[in-house]
Write a protein that binds this ligand. Sequence first.
Ligand code: SAM
Length: 278
Amino acid sequence: MPFDSTGKISFDHIYTEPDPRAFFGTLRRLDYAIPQQAKAYFAKLIDEYRAETGVAVPTVLDLGCSYGVNAALHRCGTSMERLYDHYRDCESLSRDELIARDRRMVATDSVRFIGLDASAPALDYALAAGFIDEAIHADLESEDPTEEQRALLADVDIVISTGCVGYVTEKTLVRIARENRPWMAHFVLRMFSYRPVAESLADFGYETTGIDGVFPQRRFASDEEQSQILDNLSVAGVDPRGLEDGGRLYARLYVSRPNGAAGGLASALNALPLRDQG
Ligand SMILES: C[S@@+](CC[C@H](N)C(=O)[O-])C[C@H]1O[C@@H](n2cnc3c(N)ncnc32)[C@H](O)[C@@H]1O
């Protein structure tokens, strides 16, 4: 399997299929768990936002949403474990049949989800399945949003992401932040520094907090991948002992808020249990 420029295995091929079967099939074998780890934190953040602002139905942008994974976990009241089972052993179903089956999992929800991704097929699926309400097909690393995309970004109250910062940098996050200064919560692999993002967002009046704890993201795909990532961590001055040297990638959670927003948020998130199995 090819490696990307950061030393990780490249999964580009599973992000652009017409449906999520290859995505879940591949990531299940690696125990990809970060959306599950994130679920309770995102739910808490959304609740805090409602309490702080009085907005009953906040608009949440899932950055790098792929097939609408974080929205599906929230909206379908499900878990990664159950999604892995759901998309397993269903090769005989057509895409339309799969979508119809997915739509039956979706419950009415008091969150409006917008998905942003560079993959049009993944977004099309997430919309058709009802996991997200609107889609922004964009690569904001390389260009500004269109007027239509800016109008959607101007509605965003909260930005969430798993497995995306690293693919995207402060270039994307600044282009989002300047439209409506949304709250943000990103799970970021320890091999990537959040400092450039935090510093760029500070220019827009944001304060950033790193939440206590580390979160298992997935197993290494091979010894070669592990060895490359351990090299990268060493260059970055990050100690892998007891974590990545045991065979998994780990992420941290960063919350960036515009000045004056929800002072108790970081401590409320810190108070959550680190592992959510539900
Ligand atoms: C590892 S997947 C994470 C998917 C999902 N958030 C999850 O955790 O299950 C990374 C996603 O980022 C998207 N991506 C990569 N580069 C991007 C960019 N420049 N802008 C938007 N999305 C991008 C990919 O298409 C892919 O869907």
